[in-house]
Design a protein around this ligand. Structure first.
Ligand code: TYD
Length: 137
């Protein structure tokens, strides 16, 4: 699992003068079943979220409102995404370190996740993450 396995996914969009609609079906539009949804909101200017990796979790991260940046890295490669479309998500596979920054005022970051919350799936220390990704190479 590497940065090259992560990708932007354009979700279905029903455009309508009454307002647009986007929907997401697990395994149809994203490569995993959805077990959990969480969202970040009221993020103060300058705050950083993320700053961790996951051992087995698949996620799709969407700026449903406003914008923010996502920096991902796998111990070798890294990439920066500017998220600012309600119909576009970043698929983040397991074993990727991610940092979310540069939140606009009123931004809402919605995350679809393949598993229930499990603290033992997290790498909270970057050094632990690097040790395991380097060890696997
Ligand atoms: P944390 O992982 O630090 O958020 P971020 O993704 O911005 O780094 O999570 C913050 C707190 O919320 C932490 O105590 C764990 C808790 N939490 C849950 O209880 N359930 C969840 O689904 C998530 C994502 C976090």
């Amino acid at each position: 699992m590497a940065v090259s396995d992560c990708r932007l996914i354009d979700l279905p969009r029903i455009q309508d003068p009454r307002g647009n609609l986007t929907f997401i079906e697990g395994t149809h539009h994203i490569p995993f079943e959805i077990k959990r949804v969480y969202y970040l909101y009221d993020v103060p200017g300058g705050a950083e979220r993320g700053g961790h990796g996951h051992k087995a979790l698949h996620q799709l991260i969407i700026a449903v409102s406003g914008s923010f940046d996502i920096h991902i890295e796998d111990g070798t490669d890294s990439k920066l995404f500017h998220m600012n479309r309600s119909y576009r998500g970043l698929y983040v596979c397991p074993m990727i370190w991610r940092e979310l920054t540069n939140f606009s005022s009123g931004a809402v970051c919605m995350v679809l996740a393949s598993e229930y919350y499990d603290e033992s799936d997290y790498y909270r220390e970057h050094s632990d993450f690097l040790r395991d990704v380097k060890g696997a190479q």
